[in-house]
Design a protein around this ligand. Structure first.
Ligand code: PLP
Length: 352
């Protein structure tokens, strides 16, 4: 018997997450994973690697709580925001019984994590302007334990209307957990739903150091929620989820100085994003540039597939969104350095 056949049926059927790194590519302009384009400068201060780390390192938890305007009891730190998605599914969904619900086109990890855990996925497509279809969500809620909403939404870049998120929280009371994925909230901080935690015990918010904090390689993310929900997740998280070097650098990133550097980066990314919006809009073969509140842009091109391939062949690696629901001929581009953005636009205009 082959080993594969011994694996669980849902794992045999699973298509793993197609991460930017897994998709590969060859070149020196990498604008496909919404990373910050330049490495930040950190050095380790701890060297007690013979000891197990703190399960929830106090400096990191306190640092994030201060940053988010919450108490330490409202914060869980994990191996990236992706681990938070899986923890919530594992803790709240009964295998082969419960379902999650999400609204495509959106982030791919909600379904991959659910399928890994043997949890069914229900989808209610976003409306034409990438907002929630609340009527259809309400109809689909039977058996749903967790609803995932990404805002700003990846890959479309827009915020989900606050009043719709409130309506969703109202309609799911005593029924399901609502997860708002705020991986990109640093680029539009006033839109955060953290202020609603006091009103909704079933709200969980996902955050990460991978985007505006420029630390995707660190693998550090957070769940923000009321103490009771955090305590449930504490039961299922690994005993020592955060390696000592990760906690060390994360704590530094969350100091007053670290936060100031992050905010500077956000301003710079936003300025470069505006440049890209103007250039893409002016380009003959770009049909539409979608408004973005994040560090990436979605655009629709004539012959988007061919353009994507042309750029790929020329060492400019973007993210093809053509196979996502309602995103034919769409490409997502991460805002890069001034030079990377210029090279990309030169190549695009060369194709045109
Ligand atoms: C990047 C991202 C995350 C989390 O990434 P990690 O690197 O695992 O912290 C979560 N949600 C969305 C929508 C993202 O784009």
């Amino acid at each position: 018997m082959r080993i594969t056949q011994l694996s669980r049926k849902n794992i045999q059927a699973l298509t793993p997450y197609q991460s930017a790194r897994r998709l590969g590519g060859k070149g020196d302009v990498w604008l496909n994973a919404n990373e910050y384009p330049v490495a930040p400068n950190f050095s380790l201060t701890l060297n007690n690697f013979n000891r197990y780390p703190e399960a929830q390192p106090q400096a990191v938890i306190q640092g994030y709580a201060n940053y988010a305007g919450l108490s330490p009891e409202n914060v869980l730190v994990s191996r990236g925001g992706d681990e938070s998605i899986e923890l919530i599914i594992r803790a709240f969904c009964e295998p082969n019984q419960d379902a999650i619900l999400y609204c495509p086109p959106t982030y791919g990890m909600y379904s991959v994590s659910a399928e890994t855990c043997g949890i069914a996925c229900k989808t209610v497509p976003l409306t034409e302007d990438f907002q929630l279809n609340l009527t259809e969500i309400e109809k689909a809620l039977d058996g749903v334990k967790v609803v995932f909403v990404c805002s700003p939404n990846n890959p479309t870049g827009n915020l989900v209307n606050r009043e719709d998120l409130i309506a969703l929280l109202e309609m799911t009371k005593n029924r399901a957990i609502v997860v708002i994925d705020e991986a990109y909230i640093e680029f539009c901080p006033t839109a955060t739903m953290v202020t609603e935690l006091k009103n909704y015990p079933h709200l969980a918010i996902i955050r990460t150091l991978s985007k505006a904090f420029a630390l995707a390689g660190l693998r550090c993310g957070f769940t923000l929620a009321n103490a009771e929900l955090i305590a449930v997740l504490q039961k299922v998280i690994a005993p020592y989820p955060l390696p000592t070097p990760v906690a060390d650098i994360a704590a530094q990133a969350l100091t007053v100085e670290g936060l100031a550097v992050m905010k500077q980066r956000v301003e710079e990314v936003k300025a470069n994003r505006e440049w890209l919006v103007n250039e893409l809009t002016a380009s003959a073969l770009v049909e539409k540039v979608y408004p973005s509140e994040a560090n990436y842009l979605l655009f629709k091109a004539n012959n988007g597939q061919k353009l994507f391939q042309f750029l790929w062949d020329n060492g400019i690696i973007l993210r093809n969104q053509n196979s996502q629901l309602n995103l034919e001929n769409c490409i997502r581009i991460t805002v890069g350095t001034v030079e990377e953005n210029q090279r990309t636009m030169q190549a695009i205009n060369q194709f045109a």
